[in-house]
Design a protein around this ligand. Structure first.
Ligand SMILES: [Zn+2]
Length: 569
């Protein structure tokens, strides 16, 4: 009897172990979707150190795919996270805004949904592709298909100096003065007249042809269709044109807006006028192309009308992935999506950016007040991911979204009533002028009588370490040019913003030493050439000297470097 009992016990123990093993094994292997909080500043360094597969940055957290080992490593580093979906293998996830109170129950009726922060949920389904299972009309952003880890940048503690008094540039004002309200009206009417531009319809194809023909009529370079497939086999096309930069052809600025449209399920195949959403943004892109085609520029400008945005940012996701794969140097992206409806006048333009793109918003605000008499509002919010700028963020490019209101106030949004008669052309033209002014400023039209824009600028840090302090200088050099009597050197701590001249007298040679700069923050330099009559050229491209940011400091701390340094703690 006794031995029988122990055998039973042994068997029971064996089966419990086997059972536990079977339960735990797949968990140990399986990849989970997790939410990692941004509360701890060490998170930036730890994600890099552990090489976590981050797929989305939001304002308060990251969403990542992590196996058991990686989750244990996060635990060991005391980085706070929660598991949103235990088994993420082979699943697709979509981010959606949680604005309306009924949104959550609508999502749960069609699949799984978890709120990841106020206003944002992640949605998935075990029954099909989540983009197709989503309730119709929901804004959407699929989780990136590749890790965004290489492009994450910790916030840098920089005091935002008030931008110096901004001088109105007559050449930029002249360019902006060419913007035609009648032209905008014609373009929106033409796009609306295709009846529907829902991405699977012939109407959308015809609208794409129309945009292609418009770009071609301006004599632009490289007018092309950029085809892609979406949602399991449909095809559509981005439409792209370019003005190749005379000085820096490989440095690119992009102005973009989607041209596809949507309306409720029962009408979208036949009627989706999409005047505000987003014939307005597409019209600004086309009008900017028309105007700038008459001006030679230092930097390359690309004009892009994206398609299948309403389906899940398909056109822009495809494009941004290609651009990154090709290693393209994209300085900044101006995305316009719904820029023509005013619920109350004066309407202000909302300008959404993530942290690394903040300079773009600052520049748009300045351009709006200087050239468009338009009030614009900067909103730093990495969770505003529901338009074509968002894939550019995923690949580490600076990008902004210009939009009339957020939350949206347009009552005709995604309806058959989103028509040209509802638009406010004063506000619309203001949005267009602001975007055009910023684009022209960044692309730098060549100036008659001015020396050529300097090229070949490099900046190398020189670090002197003593026992008690570290000193740093930057050695700048650039190419000599015959039409220059000398050069000016400008510096800033925020890329493309608030340059300050740092040379006392004109620099005669082609190098400059910027001495005793701070070690922990970045510096960005540009140079200009000054001709014999004193006329100054446009700015060179930027050269940067990196600072030791918060991330590298925390890495040092983890390695115990601070303990080894005299006076450290
Ligand atoms: Zn839109």
């Amino acid at each position: 009897m006794k031995s029988m009992k122990s055998v039973k016990r042994l068997l029971l123990a064996f089966f419990s172990c086997a059972f536990l093993f079977l339960i735990l094994l797949p968990q140990a292997r399986s990849v989970s979707l997790i939410r990692i909080s941004k509360d701890d500043v060490r998170v930036w360094g730890e994600l890099q150190r552990l090489q976590i597969d981050v797929r989305q940055e939001l304002e308060t957290c990251f969403l990542a795919l992590a196996d058991r080992k990686e989750r244990d490593a996060l635990d060991a580093s005391r980085i706070g996270f929660s598991v949103l979906d235990v088994d993420a293998a082979g699943k697709d996830y979509v981010l959606v805004p949680l604005i309306a109170p009924e949104a959550e129950s609508e999502l749960l009726a069609r699949g799984q949904a978890v709120a990841v922060e106020p206003g944002t949920a992640v949605f998935w389904s075990t029954e099909g592709a989540p983009l197709e299972m989503l309730p119709p009309g929901f804004p959407r952003k699929p989780l990136s298909s590749a890790s965004v880890l290489p492009y994450l940048r910790p916030p840098i503690e920089i005091e935002w100096a008030a931008p110096p008094a901004f001088l109105r540039d007559p050449l930029i004002a002249h360019i902006v003065g060419r913007l035609s309200e009648a032209e905008l009206r014609f373009l929106v009417q033409s796009l609306q007249d295709f009846q529907t531009r829902y991405a699977t319809t012939p109407g959308c194809d015809a609208a794409g042809d129309f945009i292609h023909a418009a770009f071609s009529s301006f004599g632009l370079d490289g007018v092309r269709f950029d085809p892609f497939t979406f949602s399991g086999g449909y095809e559509s096309r981005n439409v792209i044109a370019e003005i190749r930069g005379r000085t820096y052809p490989d440095d690119i600025l992009i102005i973009c807006g989607h041209y596809d449209s949507i309306s409720p399920a029962e009408t979208r195949l036949t009627l989706a006028p999409g005047a505000d959403d987003n014939a307005s943004g597409a019209a600004v892109v086309i009008e900017a192309a028309r105007i700038l085609s008459a001006f030679p520029l230092d930097f390359t400008v690309r004009f892009i009308a994206f398609s299948a945005e309403e389906w899940g940012l398909y056109g822009s996701r495809d494009y941004a992935a290609q651009a990154r794969a090709a290693g393209e140097s994209i300085i900044g992206v101006i995305n316009l999506d719904m820029v023509a409806y005013a619920d109350v006048m004066p309407e202000d333009l909302e300008v959404f950016v993530n942290g690394p793109s903040e300079w773009l918003a600052e520049r748009l605000l300045a351009a709006a007040s200087q050239y468009a008499d338009l009030a614009a509002r900067k909103r730093v919010d990495a969770s505003m991911i529901y338009s074509d700028h968002s894939p550019f963020w995923d690949y580490g490019y600076a990008a902004l979204l210009a939009i009339e209101d957020s939350p949206l106030q347009n009552p005709y949004y995604h309806r058959t009533t989103d028509t040209i008669d509802k638009l406010n052309f004063d506000f619309f033209a203001g949005s267009a002028r602001a975007a055009l002014a910023l684009l022209a400023e960044l692309a730098q039209p060549l100036r008659e009588g001015a020396p050529r824009t300097p090229v070949g600028l490099t900046a190398a840090p020189i670090v002197y370490r003593s026992l008690f302090s570290t000193m740093k200088s930057a050695r700048l050099s650039w190419s000599a040019q015959s039409d220059a009597a000398g050069y000016n050197v400008y510096r800033t701590n925020v890329s493309h913003l608030s340059y300050t001249k740092i040379n006392d007298s004109l620099v005669a040679g082609t190098s400059f030493l910027d001495q005793n700069i701070r070690t922990e923050i970045p510096y960005f330099y540009v140079v200009t050439a000054v001709g014999n009559t004193g006329i100054e050229s446009n700015r060179s491209r930027e050269a940067a000297v990196a600072g030791g940011g918060a991330a590298s400091a925390s890495r040092c701390q983890n390695l115990g470097f601070f303990d080894m340094m005299p006076g450290g703690k």
